[in-house]
Design a protein around this ligand. Structure first.
Ligand SMILES: Nc1ncnc2c1ncn2[C@@H]1O[C@H](COP(=O)(O)OP(=O)(O)OP(=O)(O)O)[C@@H](O)[C@H]1O
Length: 298
């Protein structure tokens, strides 16, 4: 459904995207992560057809996106910085969308009036940032998109509205096989909804895996030994090792069984495997690439 092959982009002499490859199947949600300035928005703007690739291809439903109105009519792009025609009310904007998008669903728009606590006669420019985001989703979802490209989608929404909007999108993913690519710094939220995760760093795609697999190579373990045990960890890539009283918290990359067997041989007083959050995986994957994580504690 979404295919990016060898995408490279320069801004002047600066290579902002470097040989990016992504493949996303219909009916899945792909989470795009990365530190500030990594290139997420630039990548997203290629997917939305805003930027032309310098080299490589960006295809949605087997067609190049750039300058392709047919593809653009089946996708919705909700950027971080929303833009609406200033004078439009919600009702006028819905009429505009109905003219532009061939699959506009008026019935859905009308039924969602109950869902969004907004007066459709209000001018969009007079609404708060969070209310404008609600309008963007309301209108967007009524175009019955095959693909949704979302840049920090729920930023500025209150927790109840965030949940409501995710519910709407998840319903479309399961019932209509809508494909979603979402970029967010809210890893807790992405963890609940994404099946695939890509981490972009310095313009390069450095990690790209199923969410479950992402966690299988890094392990968080609490251990306590009577004597020093650090020599046991030789041969393992220790990403973090902190001590609180007699208990050490380790984050180690490598084979889980091999690591546990090695530690067990030295008769630990405590040996617990803790589950890692997506946030921790993100921090330690990037730490391995030289991103400054020294001040981050777990
Ligand atoms: N129009 C532009 N002209 C020149 N440089 C740009 C332009 N847009 C972005 N950049 C640069 O490209 C790099 C990537 O920016 P981008 O906005 O894609 O990052 P991001 O991952 O979305 O960051 P954030 O998480 O902070 O939103 C940054 O170094 C940025 O300064």
């Amino acid at each position: 459904m979404i295919e990016v092959n060898n995408l490279t982009k320069y801004f002047g002499p600066f290579k902002v995207l470097d040989d990016i490859n992504i493949s996303i199947k219909p009916g899945s949600i792909y989470g795009l992560l990365g530190p500030n300035g990594a290139g997420k928005t630039t990548l997203i703007k290629h997917l939305a057809g805003v930027y032309r690739p310098d080299s490589g291809t960006v295809k949605i439903i087997d067609e190049q996106v750039y300058e392709n109105p047919k593809v653009k009519s089946s996708l919705i792009y909700i950027p971080d910085d929303l833009y609406f025609f200033n004078q439009y009310s919600i009702k006028e904007a819905s009429k505009f969308y109905a003219r532009i998008y061939p699959n506009w669903n008026q019935e859905r728009f009308d039924s969602l009036k109950e869902y969004f606590p907004l007066d459709i006669n209000n001018r969009i420019s007079k609404l708060s940032k969070g209310m404008q985001k609600q309008v963007a989703f309301w209108l967007g979802i009524c175009t019955m998109p095959k693909v949704m490209i979302l840049d920090e989608p729920v930023d500025g929404l209150d927790p109840v509205m965030r949940k409501k909007i995710w519910n709407l999108m998840l319903q479309d993913v399961s019932e209509r096989k809508t494909t979603i690519l979402v970029s967010s710094h809210n890893l807790r939220e992405l963890e609940d909804v994404c099946c695939h995760i890509g981490i972009i760093y310095d313009g390069k795609m450095v990690v790209q895996r199923e969410l479950d697999n992402l966690k299988t190579n890094i392990h968080k373990i609490q251990v306590a030994f009577e004597s020093d045990f650090n020599q046991l960890l030789q041969g393992f890539e220790v990403l973090h090792n902190s001590k609180n009283g007699s208990v050490n918290t380790l984050v180690v990359r490598g084979d889980k069984e091999e690591l546990l067997n090695t530690l067990k041989k030295a008769n630990p007083l405590i040996l617990d495997v803790l589950s890692l959050t997506l946030e921790e995986v993100f921090i330690y994957e990037l730490g391995g690439l030289g991103y400054e994580i020294n001040n981050v504690t777990i």
